[in-house]
Design a protein around this ligand. Sequence first.
Ligand SMILES: [Mn+2]
Length: 460
Amino acid sequence: MKLPASISERFGEAAALVESTAGAIRIISHYDGDGISSAGILTRALYRSGKKFKATMVSVLEDEDIENIDGDFELLIVSDMGSSQADRFSRMLIERGARGIILDHHLADGRDRPFSLHDGGAIHEINPRFLGINGTTGCSGSTLAFLLALSMDPVNEDLCIFSLAGSLADRQHVPMFSELNLGVRELAVARGYLTSRRGMPFSGRNLLEALVTSNDPFIKGLSGNEKESRELLELLGMEPERTLDSLKDDELKVLHSYVYIRLLREGISPYIVHELFRENLFSERYGNLLDLAYSIDTCGRNGEMGKGVRVVWGDPEAYKEALNDRYEKKKIIQELLQRTLKEGANEMDHILWLRVEEKNLAGTIAGLAHNYLFDHEKPVIAISRDDGKINISGRADRELCGRGLNLAVIMKEAGSACGGGGGGHDVAAGGHIREDQLEKFLEICNKMVGEQLEGDSGGG
Ligand SMILES: [Mn+2]
């Protein structure tokens, strides 16, 4: 894989640091899909080069956790996290007489240069944000782990699948892979590890499961309805039990066009339907890369990071279990969507709002409800009670944001006017407010959305 010289030099130095380490190597990584993929890639690469290692995955690392990292290690690798605490790590490592590598793609506390061994410190830090690469879209933790593995030994090329799975789990594939991710994607396709097919993001162990469990898109009447889905597939001349990647191009086209028209007929925004057509990557062993990425991610969300790492190590039993877990989770989301559709949303002039007490899923439900269940001209605000306060998740789509909507601004202002705060992105934002302020909060949101979209005449 071709990299600009400045970047491959950074990885080359990190690889040399690993190679020169005779003692134990300690890995600390984030617990989500990207972090687990990273840890899996790093441990496999270390194993292949005969190194001693131990890996742990965590959701957050408090400052005192950094002081208390267990084990007698010579080298610490912090992955998918660490840049915002690089100073702490550095002091701890100097005290212990050890060295460290940070592979992170998150913001780094306003610093404009990475930690470097050349500066007399104990840390060699690689963060795409110091290399002119977008850390939010162009490079994930697993991309960094993979590039290090590749610098250690070209034999690690086969781990590219997990590199992309991690990027996908961080949603860096929407609308498409770019920058360093794109480089890995080109390698994976060119070397035959993955095949590329354009179309809707269907995944599943067979066609029937793909339709029945589909939440994005949620297809009214088909999603969650095994009988209707089976009948449709038979009508289209496709065995429900066939695998997705067994479909020939023209069969895939038939299925996609059918769903496309059906969604448009239901009144789903053409913009949203259009966005569903993107590249899907398939592996013979793992199916749609979406399945691999989200089953690893689900392991982390369930607190079973070890299972996730076993998936990256190629354990077929672990993948089977993790896939089951993923589809269980999809089912829960599906049931929430069905319930939301049945109960309907509360409608105001410019917003829709609904209660989602499953607070970890509120944002997901708000987003899918906006896209597929209700009037897409209005953003959806999901609220969930949480220990004396109310959590808020707002979701819209790119088209509304193009017309002036900015949910980050609204969440921030309306949140702080109601005894809390908020922020995020224009299209997806969140916040929290005092429990007795809900009515006032909704009034402010409604008014602000109206004002932001006011200047636009293209709406309806
Ligand atoms: Mn990440």
